[in-house]
Design a protein around this ligand. Structure first.
Ligand SMILES: Cc1ncc(COP(=O)(O)O)c(C=O)c1O
Length: 399
C-alpha cells in the first residue's frame, strides 16, 4: 500500500492544535459589513479591512453589475496577450491622476503588486534594505529577486542608514539598493518612517519604495496615502496601493514614472503570467475612486470612529501599542491568551482576530481591532463594553 508522502503535514497540524494555535476559518454569511454574521453568530465586526464600507457601497455595486452586463464576467487572458480591456486602462489612468504620478499599473492583488515589482526591479547583484515588520509580499518579492536582503530594526532610520552606507552601491551604474517600508504596518497600525527614509534613500541614491496597502483610502487628502500625508510627493520612486482594503474590491497597483510602469508591463511576472481582473472588479475600483474624490465625509467618519474607539480601549487600561491608524492592536503577550481573548469576545458578539507567533513576536500576541467608517457609535460602545467584561474575566484588565 502507498504511504502518504504528505503525512508530515498532519503532524504539523497536530502540533498547532497542541499549542492552541490551530485556526478554524470563520465563515461569513452575507455581506462584509460593520455588523455581520459569522459562523451563524451576529457580531460587531472589528476584523475587516473594509475601512470605508465600500464593499457594499451602492455606486460600486451598480458599476460592477453594469460592467458584468456589458462586458461579461472575465477578461479571458493575461494583460500582455488579449486581456487588456479598455476598462483596465481607464482604471490605471484614473489611479495615476488620483495619485499624482505619471502612470499606474494594476495587479491582481496587493500581494502580486509588491512581490512582482520587487522581484522585477532588482537582480542578484542588488540589495533590498527592508524594515523588519514589512509585509510578507515584500519579503517574498525580495527572495524572488535573488538580491541580498538586509533587514533593519523596525523604524530604525539610523540603522537603515548604516546598512546603506556600508553597501557597495552608488547612484548610476553598478549594484542598486531598494529601501522599502510599509506606509502603515498591518499588525501594529503605526506609520512607517517615510520622510526620514526618503532622506536616507536620497543620500545614497537608493530606490525608495512604500507599500501603502493600509494607507490607501485612509491617510492623505481624499485617501491618497502616506506619500500625500507626509508631503513627500516626487520622493518615493515606487508606491504600492491595494484595491482590496479601503477600496472594497480586489487588486493592487504600482504608481510611479512612465518608465517604471512600462518596465513592469514587460517584466513583472504576475502581470505577464496571470489573468487580469474581471471587468466588474475594474469598474468597481473606478467607482471607488469617484467615491474617494466626491465623498470625503466617509474618511472623516472613519477617523472620528478611530479616535473614539482607541480612546475607549486606552481608558480600559489595555495595551494598544504604537498605533496611529484605524488598526488598533490589543497586546496581551502569550499566543494562547490572545486566542482565548478572541474566542471569548466572539462568544459575546465581537469579532477581533487573534494574532500570534510567527505573525508577531512570541511575547506580543494580540487581538487586532479595525474600525470602519460605517460602524455606529452604539456598535463601538457595545464592543468596548464587551472588551471590559471579557478583559476583566481573563485578568487582562486589572481593577
Ligand atoms: C501591508 C500589506 N501589504 C500588502 C498586502 C496585500 O494586499 P492584498 O490583500 O491586496 O493582496 C497586505 C494585505 O494583507 C498588507 O497588509
Amino acid at each position: 500500500m502507498r504511504t502518504d508522502p504528505l503525512a508530515y503535514l498532519s503532524s504539523e497540524l497536530d502540533t498547532l492544535k497542541a499549542q492552541g494555535l490551530y485556526r478554524h476559518l470563520r465563515i461569513l454569511e452575507g455581506e462584509q459589513g460593520p455588523t455581520a454574521t459569522f459562523d451563524h453568530r451576529g457580531i460587531v465586526n472589528l476584523s475587516s479591512n473594509n475601512y470605508l464600507g465600500l464593499t457594499t457601497h451602492p455606486r460600486l455595486r451598480e458599476a460592477a453589475l453594469a460592467a458584468t452586463r456589458d462586458l461579461g464576467v472575465g477578461s479571458g487572458s493575461v494583460r500582455t496577450i488579449a486581456g487588456t480591456m479598455d476598462i483596465h486602462m481607464e482604471l490605471e489612468r484614473r489611479l495615476a491622476a488620483f495619485k499624482k504620478t505619471e502612470a499606474v499599473v494594476v495587479f491582481q492583488s496587493g500581494f502580486a503588486a509588491n512581490a512582482g515589482t520587487v522581484a522585477a526591479v532588482l537582480s542578484k547583484d542588488d540589495f533590498v534594505v527592508s524594515d523588519e515588520l514589512n509585509h510578507a509580499s515584500i519579503i517574498d518579492g525580495s527572495r524572488l529577486s535573488r538580491a541580498t536582503i538586509k533587514v533593519f530594526p523596525h523604524k530604525d532610520v539610523d540603522a537603515a542608514r548604516k546598512v546603506l552606507r556600508d553597501l557597495p552601491v552608488r547612484s548610476g551604474t553598478g549594484p542598486r539598493a531598494l529601501l522599502i517600508t510599509d506606509g502603515v504596518f498591518s499588525m501594529d497600525g503605526d506609520l512607517g518612517a517615510v520622510p526620514d527614509l526618503c532622506r536616507v534613500a536620497e543620500e545614497f541614491g537608493a530606490i525608495m519604495m512604500v507599500d501603502d496597502a493600509h494607507a490607501s483610502g485612509v491617510f492623505g487628502a481624499n485617501g491618497r496615502g502616506t506619500i500625500d500625508h507626509f508631503g513627500v510627493h516626487g520622493r518615493v520612486d515606487i508606491q504600492v496601493g491595494t484595491l482590496s482594503k479601503a477600496i472594497g474590491a480586489l487588486g493592487g497597483y504600482v504608481a510611479g514614472s512612465r518608465a517604471l510602469i512600462e518596465f513592469l508591463y514587460h517584466r513583472a511576472r504576475p502581470f505577464l503570467f496571470s489573468t487580469s481582473h474581471p471587468p466588474a472588479v475594474a469598474a468597481a475600483c473606478i467607482a471607488a475612486v469617484d467615491v474617494l474624490e466626491q465623498e470625503p465625509q466617509l474618511i472623516e467618519r472613519l477617523w472620528d470612529n478611530t479616535r473614539f474607539f482607541k480612546a475607549g480601549l486606552k481608558a480600559l487600561g489595555l495595551n494598544t501599542g504604537a498605533s496611529e491608524s484605524p488598526i488598533t492592536p490589543v497586546i496581551v503577550g502569550e499566543g494562547a491568551l490572545a486566542m482565548k481573548l478572541s474566542d471569548r469576545l466572539f462568544a459575546e458578539g465581537v469579532f477581533a482576530q487573534g494574532i500570534a507567533f510567527p505573525t508577531v513576536a512570541r511575547d506580543k500576541a494580540r487581538v487586532r481591532t479595525i474600525v470602519t467608517a460605517t460602524h455606529t457609535r452604539d456598535e463601538l460602545q457595545f464592543a468596548l463594553d464587551v472588551f471590559k467584561k471579557v478583559g476583566g474575566e481573563l485578568g487582562i484588565i486589572k481593577h
